[in-house]
Design a protein around this ligand. Structure first.
Ligand code: PLP
Length: 396
């Protein structure tokens, strides 16, 4: 039994201000009226609390600030054609969060609680879900060591929090294709390390390289493997995919998950889409979708002889970001036309059509909020503005 406590925000942002933000959101800047929190202590999780978005009271000795026990997730809630709202593949995020927690020696959180927490927040703040194509409510669940202590050991107290912010389509940001610098000095992950976990420290470790790339006029860093400095891994927060012409066949490929790469839900979904549908319909067809090691020599040769047609990055925030050129050493290698490729854009369109409910969800990827809430005994109406406060024991 997980208890759910609901304290609705009695002074939410004024509708006109909210509508202004939702119409042209800046990524990660303005948050919705509520948040969900849950604390772990004495060996078990307490109630799930939906309450007004507010700063967290933290001791300066909070363990996460000192030794970095902090993990996160990212998923999106979309407004569907019929006006309802749904989370995209929330069970995948729930299981990845559990895997990250295990790697960083944090307590497990059940998939049911994870999804209920996300659904509570999105339902209470559903007026914050943008309508525009490619726009969505970005949901950020995270967990950190909240125990005030300075011992170098796993904490005994944790906080699980979910916040959300509206985000626009990546393509409205005015950057049709990004320039990516292949990093030659630092590494992101090593075998046996934390690369496969959505662990806060992984991102901090990549910032110096990201800054160097930024000063040189590049948008992102592409990481290579830590041993040979030769095999492509991924970007800072996006996986990478390649489209090849191999003897007339169009092949989508991406590096395999060998423990140093974060297993993206977007990556997995695109592989499944390409394999299941070959991207039938008008436009280019994908003959094969494979996981294979991709070396920087393959990329260089493919760009030179035309065998490499397209490269793109993929992840929840951007969905798909076309890569126009790769900077390898002091040479900039143009990919295809240097702009978004045909396969890239067709994959993006197919995924967005599913996410917005414009085509049948044959893969069962969309989780309706109402289904999550009613399964847990929460009446969605009790979360709407003006509903009376409640506290209920719910089986989750
Ligand atoms: C989150 C993330 C991705 C993309 O994962 P999605 O589930 O598709 O959002 C890829 N690489 C890294 C390092 C990430 O943190």
């Amino acid at each position: 039994m997980t208890e759910v406590r609901v304290t609705l925000n009695r002074s939410p942002l004024a509708a006109t201000e909210r509508e202004g933000i939702v119409a042209s959101p800046v990524f990660g800047q303005a948050f919705t009226d509520h948040m969900v929190t849950m604390t772990y202590s004495g060996g078990s999780w307490g109630p799930l609390e939906l309450k007004p978005f507010a700063p967290l009271p933290l001791s300066p000795a909070t363990l996460a600030l000192h030794y970095g026990q902090s993990i996160f997730e990212a998923l999106k809630a979309y407004r569907l054609q019929d006006g309802s709202a749904a989370l995209f593949r929330s069970p995948r995020n729930a299981s990845r969060m559990a895997a990250s927690a295990e790697r960083i020696a944090m307590p497990a959180l059940s998939a049911g609680v994870f999804q209920l927490a996300c659904a509570l927040l999105v339902e209470a703040d559903r007026d914050w879900i943008p309508d525009a194509d490619g726009a969505a409510l970005y949901v950020r669940p995270f967990m950190f060591a909240s125990e005030p202590h300075l011992s170098v050991r796993p904490a005994t107290e944790y906080m699980f929090v979910v916040i959300a912010c509206p985000v626009a389509s990546y393509f409205d940001s005015g950057s049709p294709a990004i320039r990516v610098a292949v990093e030659s000095r630092d590494v992101r992950a090593t075998a046996g390390g934390t690369g496969a976990a959505k662990f806060a420290g992984n991102y901090a470790a990549g910032f110096a390289a990201h800054d160097r790339a930024g000063r040189a006029g590049h948008d992102q860093v592409m990481w290579l493997d830590a041993v040979e400095h030769r095999w492509v891994e991924e970007l800072n927060a996006m996986n990478v995919m390649f489209v090849w012409n191999r003897a007339g066949r169009t092949v989508l490929s991406t590096p395999p998950l060998t423990g140093t790469i974060l297993g993206g839900v977007t990556r997995e979904s695109l592989l499944q889409l390409a394999a299941a549908e070959n991207l039938a319909g008008p436009g280019p067809v994908i003959d094969d979708a494979v996981e294979e090691p991709v070396s920087i020599e393959m990329v260089r040769a493919g760009a030179a002889d035309g065998g490499l047609l397209e490269v793109f990055a993929c992840g929840t925030a951007a969905v798909i970001a076309p890569i126009g050129s790769l900077v390898i050493g002091d040479r900039e290698v143009k990919i295809g036309s240097g702009g978004p490729g045909e396969v890239t854009m067709k994959l993006r369109q197919r995924l967005l059509d599913i996410q917005h409910g414009r085509v049948a969800d044959v893969h069962g990827w969309m989780t309706p909020l109402d289904a999550v809430l009613t399964k847990s005994g929460v009446d969605p109406a009790s979360l709407r503005p003006g509903a009376s406060p409640s506290g209920t024991d719910l089986p989750v």
